[in-house]
Design a protein around this ligand. Structure first.
Ligand code: FAD
Length: 434
């Protein structure tokens, strides 16, 4: 039975129970649980939020906003608070998230445990760069206050620590001052990866947010084509529309995937040409710019009962062009890939977590419908190529990384293992550390 699945619904889980946690001290790990795992909102695609044969500590009820300094923009909230709840509270007071992933449904606990990144990585680094302190509850000792200044290592172990070091109770975050809910957004088509790199590096100088969509099923002559968006928060007095004209939901899991390669290829080509003919500069509402996917609730159900996998990797600059070309080539010839293929150049700002995924280089993310063993075999071959090029796979999106690949890409994994709470484990951790 697939209860409490991950967002990608792969791998399926068979035996897993959930226990709601309403106050931090209830997380008291290791009481009667053989192995427990903190859970946020289950927005991770793979198995870092799964615990086969164990218990999930369901943290969403811990979503109280505890304190806010409207002068400095420092917010204290419980770790089960979602980014959406923070925006709803802080934006009317002139503050926004310093870093946000592509959905506002993730919790602060999940954002810390995967040290998530956003479209402004080149300017602002990861979410963990803006965390001032948090309280960590462990089964084997008293709760600890963790700050980046402390030399004891608990901050660096817990940020991107995959939920393994303990239960994050509450968090202080430095929010970003903004004038209004709008973004000034420019769209620029590009015809090749080389053009993308030139455009991205020119844009990173003047724009806080840059990200690109790439047509992963384009024909050989157009391989690497796509659209780059670059944006800044709008200045005071800018006035746009709410931008939220519709909200839809996929009510059930479809009995078969609605997203085959032929449909995706046609959609991608239409989308690219439509955007190429009408490059625009516009004032966009933040919801449309940061969270287009949140307009369709449960869109993951489109992939049918087998679900889908997401591959997100980061490649060192020296190998990025070759490997991304090769991955796009394989996607196109094997009919793999999706509407959702995203390219971004990460910046130089160091991530605070020992196991943070973002690092200088180029990141590519691709959704791949799960069509059986051939999908898994093809993805494993992608992983080998990325590993051999010195790249890393993002654990938040992963269900297939081997122990060797994980340990090579995250050399401080053994230090995290030494800090793991003995009462905590996850399906991902058992796969990559055993
Ligand atoms: C549509 C979509 C777009 C996305 N875009 C991006 C993106 O742009 N950038 C990016 O970086 N990621 C992105 N993600 C991935 C997502 O941001 C991460 O997987 C995030 O960690 C999910 O948070 P969650 O609250 O759902 O936590 P879960 O998925 O439930 O758990 C994630 C991890 O957090 C740990 N955890 C949760 N709560 C606590 C706690 N209280 N204490 C300790 N550990 C805890 C869990 O143990 C687990 O290891 C995207 C996901 C989706 C679905």
């Amino acid at each position: 039975m697939n209860r409490l699945p991950s967002f990608g619904r792969y791998p399926p889980v068979h035996q897993q129970s959930g226990r709601r946690v309403s106050f931090h001290h209830e997380a008291a790990l290791g009481t009667d649980d053989s192995s427990a795992l903190p859970r946020g909102n289950g927005c991770s695609y793979g198995d870092c939020c799964l615990n086969e044969s164990g218990t999930l500590l369901l943290g969403r009820p811990c979503n109280r906003l505890l304190a806010f300094d409207a002068k400095s923009g420092v917010l204290r909230c419980e770790a089960g608070t979602t980014l959406e709840e923070i925006i709803d509270f802080a934006l009317p007071q002139g503050f926004f998230l310093p870093v946000t992933p592509g959905t506002r449904l993730v919790t602060v606990g999940g954002a810390i445990a995967n040290d998530v990144h956003g479209k402004n990585h080149h300017a602002a680094g990861t979410f963990g760069c803006h965390v001032l302190r948090f309280k960590l509850w462990r089964s084997d000792r008293r709760p600890m206050l963790c700050t980046p200044q402390q030399k004891d290592g608990w901050f660096g172990a817990t940020v991107a620590g995959l939920g393994l070091t303990g239960w994050v109770g509450w968090v202080d975050i430095q929010l970003l001052r903004v004038a209004n809910p709008f973004m000034v957004v420019e769209e620029h088509p590009f015809g090749s990866l080389e053009e993308f790199f030139a455009l991205s590096s020119a844009s990173d100088r003047d724009f806080d947010y840059t990200v690109a969509w790439v047509d992963c099923l384009a024909p050989a002559r157009s391989r690497g084509r796509g659209i780059l968006w670059r944006a800044n928060h709008a200045p005071p007095l800018a006035k746009g529309s709410s931008g939220i004209r519709w909200q839809a939901a996929i009510p059930w899991e479809l009995p078969f995937p609605a997203v085959g390669a032929r449909r995706i290829r046609a959609f991608n080509a239409l989308y690219y040409h439509w955007k190429r003919l009408r490059p625009t500069t516009r004032l966009a509402h933040y919801k449309g710019f940061f969270y287009p996917l949140d307009h369709i609730a449960h869109w993951n159900r489109l992939y049918g009962p087998r679900g889908f996998l997401q591959l997100q990797c980061v490649l060192p600059h020296g190998h990025a062009t070759f490997v991304i070309h090769e991955l796009l080539e394989r996607c196109a010839t094997q009919g793999m890939g999706s509407f959702l293929a995203v390219l971004k150049v990460f910046g130089e700002r160091a991530s605070p977590g020992w196991l943070s995924f973002p690092r200088p280089g180029v990141t590519l993310a691709l959704d791949v419908p799960h069509q059986g063993s051939q999908t898994i075999a093809a993805l494993r071959a992608f992983y080998t190529l990325i590993h051999e090029a010195g790249g890393a796979i993002y654990p938040a999106k992963d269900a297939l990384m081997t122990k060797e690949q994980f340990q090579a890409a995250y050399p401080r994994w053994a230090e995290l293992a030494a800090r793991r709470d003995p009462a905590i484990s996850s399906s991902l951790w058992r796969r990559v550390s055993a």
